[in-house]
Design a protein around this ligand. Sequence first.
Ligand code: AR6
Length: 351
Amino acid sequence: MPLSIITGDLTQVRADALVNAANTWLSEGGGVCGALFQKAGREQMRAACQQIGRCEVGQAVITLAFDLPARYVIHAVGPMYQDGRQGEEAQLESAYRSALSLAGKHGLRSVAFPLISSGIYGYPKQEALAVAVRGIRAFLDAQEDELDVTLVLFHQADAQLDPALRRRLSELIEGAQLEEARRLHRMAETRRNARYLRSLAAEETLDSRGFELEAPDVMPAMLPDPGSGLDALIGRMDEGFSTSLLKLIDKKGLTDAQVYKKANLDRKHFSKIRSNPHYAPGKLTVLALIIALELRRDEAEDLLSRAGFALSPSHKTDIIVGHFIDQRVYDIDTINTALFAFDQALLGAKV
Ligand code: AR6
């Protein structure tokens, strides 16, 4: 049941249905509505909308998509924003839900939305995004059938984060970049010193006539001990990612459906992981599962290592996800919205 957030032009997105941010008269307007009408073919879209006639705020109706790269257009009417105290939030959430239930009734597998009401209708972007994500997630959580939903933001900057959160994450990222720069500087210095020492040593290994002296033997005590520690390590490696994951799911008393929904993964992908003990997941999938299982940092590190990954202290995605793990915030949409705002790939989502 993945929810993806992307930046782009909705009229270019491939999905079973594209959602129009419509008005109650279903007439051709500006914004995304104008773009959809134009690309669908104005006359045919106008005629289809006129035949339906009207749609109330918070509701949705469906027409064919004509020349658009989709089967249908779902026209959802969001509220005009006044001051946020006129029931706008409930109406906006209802517009998303109505559009999604229409998609369900028509057996559609994929739907792409614009950020309804956040343009000409004036809904503040940050709140419009939060309502959109909440409304879509509530619908997907209650749904048995697979439905891929994509939220298409026209501009990257439309994903406005809470300013305090943005500041905190920026500080963490800048701190990590500074630390990384210091580390590289230290490494360069160590290398320079090592080169200098090697050049001194080279002088010492030459005899008075410039011939090389014999190198000293390596002491046996310096060789690694192949003893019991190795057995323990190999034993640990045997319990691969998939086995560990299934044990954790049992330990937490969760159902598979709870896990893949909370991880923003689609059911088929999750079944593959479940049924193949040697499955090699991507890092974003492992992170998504860590969030779904609400693991602590040490548990997260352990599960990542079983798939051959680690939480890097200098990688943006890892810093952001690590921050939420430390704060014990395990809402995948909150995390994905932050990742999107920092231009990082999302957890679980297909895109
Ligand atoms: N692709 C994706 N998003 C877009 C596109 C596009 N091609 N074009 C605009 N947006 P709006 P509303 C974004 O104004 O606020 C119409 O006249 C835009 O940046 O299209 O619900 C209707 O007929 C904004 O974030 O819709 C109604 O009368 C979001 O889409 C009225 O406007 C919605 O902006 C509806 O106003």
